[in-house]
Design a protein around this ligand. Structure first.
Ligand code: ARG
Ligand code: ZN
Length: 887
């Protein structure tokens, strides 16, 4: 049942036009689908096979005549068709029972669709594959009182009344598209509207549709959309190609959002925000996701994927574009660097483990059982890094030329990752990318995170410094050996006092200043820098110029120099992370941790200097002062005892709290007042640092018995003028286990009981809280009995179950295995409701084979229990069988 990339064959038929008529009814929706089709002359004559899933078929007409057909599994098969014909199919489906949230479903009395990747076949029989592109006309009919708003892709061309209180709307999409970009929405919605003029003078109507009570939470999404339209025109010359562009929010959604042509459908989490209900992080996510879906209009909709193995063609490129968008909206270099560090943190804490585990796959996979399982951090985030490396190799201007050529060549087509890389290279024929293109494309075909082992030797006699770099990549499922990658390595050299040194490579006459990009392509290479009076401190992999792990035996002194001075903010942050990681690993290795402090004075002093440094922005300080996560620390170990990792990291946090107590007080006083609320990077950075300070002050109070700061924190919680400050204060009380937490939590629930997204935060904070003596699992079970809990709503299920199983390792990995038993029960339970959500949860134990005993055996047993369940969905089945195959 695995689908393989090498088996790709062009479709046997094309669909030129689709005319859909929906009679919307929650229990029984009728769908009339009239298609103009023709045989693809380039493939041998064969029967037409249409995909379907959970449909009730009523009638099939070919050129208006009843036709004979047969069912092969879920496929509708018709033989003996002429070369061109009209095919009419009449089916019904049941949206109200659609808990999978794929195809047509009902959420809070409103109809929505989700068709990517293979949901359209749950609406009608179709060639449900992205290389079949058609022109769509859609007529929606429904009871007017219950469904006053009727939306689909493109332009509204007609609307009117029908008998018995029903009405209709007819939509025509002026662009051909694959079925996964189809969408409809019908229900009681209201819209924020904005007319904008593009650079070419064309007017567009932008709309954000939500439920009536939520209109006051749409301003930020609308502003983000306006910024997106302007940015894509300015940076890449890509204009909005529709008269009307709509965003609609639903509270029941499997993913973040969906780029349906002209009618983006979003999880409410990535649309709704006002200062009372949304945090700075929410504001920033909304900006990214609105941008992401909008940018898909070109990178995804105008040029789409030939097949689903090419998913990163649109997702990697579009993540890269949304990352660049958010960076370009930043006012200064520091804010840009903060965004870059945040993106790299996601890559390293989520994608690196994926690349090292049983679900590892190339950016362009070779096979899958269920494509939904491949909407992964590898396809998205690593895919974006691959695009970023191309930009690094051809330069920013060269990359813009490449994008222009890509859209000129492929507009209106369904293409491959090869086509994309070729266009970028062809637009830059003199570039290193063009020279090394076939080798560069190994980033698409080889899974696993490459490792760079670097080693430096100073030669005083020749005043030279030689850096040897050896690259390797561990085996991954189905790929035992790897060929060398092309790695753009950004590098700078500092002297011992932290000043940037001019750089001259051996055999070159020019001397450069600042960062240089070296291009590695061999298994091992040596780079010699000349004209150096002393051994330099190398600042390697600046800006994280490639998605690799860099091993270099920095001394503590070198790392302290980089942390204090590196002009590259990424590596400045990275030096602090390396020091923190080193301390954590030493603490974990030394079994007598309880008595010896984990952090040394030099580290604490360096952190104090960063915190007190008037030259640095608050947002950057907050990142430096954040210790590497438990997940990231665990990845560095061959055998992981999660309780030990948790214990040591908590000890480090307690030490930072106490040793920097006066500094945290100072930082809080300096940063806590950010004036009138605005989610800009500067003030959100100050709120983040003030929140961190409160957190440490409450933590310190835990050991000192201080009641002043917890009291102040409770007061701040009560008085807060925005959700960021309020939530940070609540978090400080909860995560320090303070006795005031209970009343704050109760108050928080009472204030926000009608705000679903805030109640998600309330659940998530508790399920993700630091474990003390195994208290979180019983709490999680309690939370699942709360009247507000529902397993059917993905956001709510994630806020409790994922917050515990995937985001709280210290609480989840219990020596008594009860966390794993809970996990297996929830996976099985969710699988019957929503396989996509279940399969996501199933991945919480991806890294089970690294665990120390007794965790390892218990985790394996829990996975085996899930795998043994009969009638498991393809989604969950693929995840658990791959996990078990891992060892
Ligand atoms: N294309 C969407 C996005 O990244 C996500 C699609 C969700 N896919 C799914 N199988 N649920 O913007
Ligand atoms: Zn996307």
């Amino acid at each position: 049942i695995a689908i393989r990339r090498e088996d790709y064959a062009a479709p046997a038929y094309w669909i030129d036009t689709v005319d859909l008529t929906f009679d919307l009814d929650p229990a029984k929706t009728r769908v009339l689908n009239r298609m103009q089709m023709r045989r693809n002359p380039e493939v041998p004559v064969q029967p037409l096979r249409l995909d379907g899933d959970e449909l009730n078929l009523a009638r099939v007409l070919v050129n208006g005549q009843g036709a004979s057909f047969r069912m092969e599994g879920e496929q509708l098969v018709i033989d003996g068709l002429p070369d061109a014909f009209e095919l009419e199919i009449f089916t019904t489906c049941c949206p109200i029972k659609n808990t999978k949230l794929m195809g047509l479903f009902v959420s809070e009395d409103t109809f929505f669709t989700q068709c990517e990747a293979e949901g359209f076949r749950r609406i009608t029989y179709f060639l449900d594959r992205p290389d079949v592109m058609a022109m769509y006309t859609v007529t929606l009919r429904a009871a007017k009182a219950s469904y006053p708003v009727l939306l689909s892709n493109g332009n509204l061309v007609e609307q009117g009344e029908l008998p018995e209180g029903r009405h209709f709307a007819k939509w025509v999409d002026p662009f051909k598209k694959p079925s996964y970009l189809f969408a409809l929405v019908a229900g009681k919605l209201v819209a924020r509207e904005q007319r904008i003029k593009a650079r070419n003078g064309k007017e567009h109507l932008l709309q954000v549709y939500v439920r009536a009570g939520d209109l006051d939470k749409t301003e930020h999404a609308m502003n983000s959309l306006i910024n997106s339209v302007l940015w894509d025109e300015t940076r890449f010359g890509l204009p909005l190609d529709l008269d009307r562009f709509m965003i609609v929010a639903t509270s029941d959604f499997n993913m973040g959002a969906m780029e349906n042509k002209g009618l983006n459908i979003f999880n409410t989490k990535y649309v709704l925000a006002n200062q009372a209900t949304a945090t700075d992080a929410d504001y920033s996510n909304i900006e990214s996701v609105v941008g992401h879906e909008y940018f898909h209009n070109w990178s995804g909709d105008r040029v789409t994927c030939r097949d689903w193995f090419q998913l990163s063609l649109k997702e990697g490129l579009t993540v890269f574009r949304d990352q660049e968008f958010s960076q370009d909206l930043c006012a200064d270099a520091s804010a840009r660097a903060v965004k870059r560090i945040e993106d790299v943190r996601v890559l390293r804490t989520a994608q690196f483990p994926e690349d090292a585990g049983p679900m590892a796959h190339p950016v362009r996979p070779d096979s899958y059982i269920e494509i939904s399982n491949f909407y992964t951090v590898t396809i998205y985030e690593k895919g974006a890094e691959v695009v970023r490396m191309m930009q690094t190799l051809v330069g920013r201007k060269g990359f813009e030329k490449g994008i222009t050529l890509y859209f000129e060549r492929h507009d209106g087509q369904a293409v491959t990752c090869d086509d994309f890389a070729q266009a970028i290279a062809d637009a830059n024929p003199e570039s290193e990318l063009a020279r090394l293109l076939p080798q560069f494309k190994r980033w698409y075909s080889q899974a696993g995170t490459p490792r760079l082992a670097a080693h430096g030797v100073y030669d005083a006699q020749n005043r030279s410094y030689t850096l040897s770099v050896v690259q390797s990549c561990p085996p991954t499922p189905g790929q035992l050996t790897k060929e060398p990658f092309v790695i753009p390595l950004n590098i700078g050299l500092l002297d011992a006092s932290g000043r940037e040194l001019p750089m001259q490579l051996e055999g070159e006459s020019d001397v450069t200043r600042g960062t240089r990009t070296l291009v590695l392509s061999r298994a091992g290479e040596q780079i010699t820098f000349v004209g150096l009076d002393a051994e330099p401190v190398p600042s390697i992999l600046r800006g994280f110029s490639a998605p690799v792990i860099l091993d270099f035996e920095y001394t503590d002194a070198q790392l302290l120099t980089l942390l204090a001075n590196d002009p590259d903010p990424f590596n400045r942050w990275e030096a602090g992370q390396r020091l923190g990681l080193r301390a954590a690993l030493q603490g974990i290795a030394a079994l007598a941790t309880d008595t010896t402090p984990v952090l040394n004075d030099a580290y604490i002093d360096a952190m104090r200097s960063v915190l007190r440094n008037p030259q640095l922005d608050a947002a950057f300080k907050e990142l430096v002062l954040t210790l590497p996560s438990e997940t990231y620390i665990a990845e560095q170990l061959d055998v992981v005892d999660p309780q030990r990792v948790h214990l040591v990291r908590e000890a480090m946090r307690a030490q930072l709290a106490t040793a920097l107590f006066a500094d945290w007080q100072w930082a809080y006083e300096e940063n806590h007042d950010t004036g009138a609320y605005s989610p800009d990077p500067t003030s959100s950075g100050r709120r983040a640092l003030a929140g961190m300070a409160l957190n440490f002050l409450c933590l310190a109070a835990r050991t000192s018995g201080d009641v002043v700061w917890p009291g102040k924190t409770l007061q701040r919680f009560k008085d807060a003028g925005n959700m960021t400050d309020r939530f940070n204060a609540l978090n400080a009380l909860v995560s320090s286990g303070n006795t005031l937490a209970a009343q704050a939590l109760a108050r928080f629930h009472a204030i926000f009981k009608d705000e679903a997204l805030v109640i998600d935060k309330w659940f998530s904070l508790q399920a993700g809280a630091s474990d003390r003596g195994g208290d979180i699992l019983p709490l999680v079970k309690q939370l699942m009995k709360h009247p507000d809990f529902s397993l059917k709503n993905p956001n709510r299920a994630r806020s409790v179950i994922f917050s515990y199983c995937s985001a709280n390792p210290g609480a989840f990995h219990r020596p008594d295995a009860a966390g794993y038993v809970f996990w297996s029960e929830r996976v099985i339970e969710l699988d019957a409701i929503n396989p996509q959500v279940a399969a996501r949860l199933a991945r919480a134990l991806d890294r089970w084979s690294k665990l120390a005993e007794p965790y390892r055996s218990a985790a394996r047993e829990a996975i085996a229990r899930v795998a043994a369940k009969p009638d498991l969905s393809k989604d969950t089945h693929e995840v658990v069988t791959r996990a078990l195959a891992g060892n």
